[in-house]
Design a protein around this ligand. Structure first.
Ligand code: 5GP
Ligand code: ZN
Length: 116
């Protein structure tokens, strides 16, 4: 499949991984918009949040569970962070494999997302 994030999961595109379990992988964003900018993705290819259905909703919980742990490990759990999902054209979604951006490490101000 021609999906950058699927290739990161299988290892044919390198990434700086910070978390991996049976369901979820997380790695540093290649173009960080904050001192901490991690992408959290399910191993299952799902194009957008609009496409999540049935048992896949459990994966969303797994992504949040990973986010909680990564926030602790990167030191932003206490200072605060933002989880962002871009869905579709108006959001500026570039990679059509669902992901959360975990952003923190500085005051995020009025931004509502990495591209705002
Ligand atoms: P989106 O706009 O789809 O929510 O965000 C996609 C994110 O993926 C962007 O922040 C971009 O910097 C990141 N990204 C795109 N290609 C790669 C890559 O090959 N490696 C990593 N680590 N991040 C990527
Ligand atoms: Zn994919």
């Amino acid at each position: 499949m021609d999906c950058i994030f699927c290739k990161i999961i299988e290892g044919s595109i390198p990434s700086k991984k910070v978390f991996e379990n049976e369901h979820v992988v997380a790695f540093h964003d290649i173009g960080p918009k904050a001192p901490v900018h991690i992408l959290i993705i399910p191993k299952k290819h799902i194009a957008t949040m609009n496409d999540v259905e049935g048992e896949d909703f459990a994966l969303i919980g797994e992504m949040h569970k990973a986010a909680q742990q990564i926030a602790r490990e990167t030191g932003v759990a206490e200072t605060g962070y933002r989880l962002v999902n871009n869905c579709g054209k108006d959001s500026g979604q570039l990679v059509f494999h669902i992901h959360y951006h975990l952003l923190g490490g500085e005051s995020l101000g009025d931004l509502v997302g990495p591209k705002a």
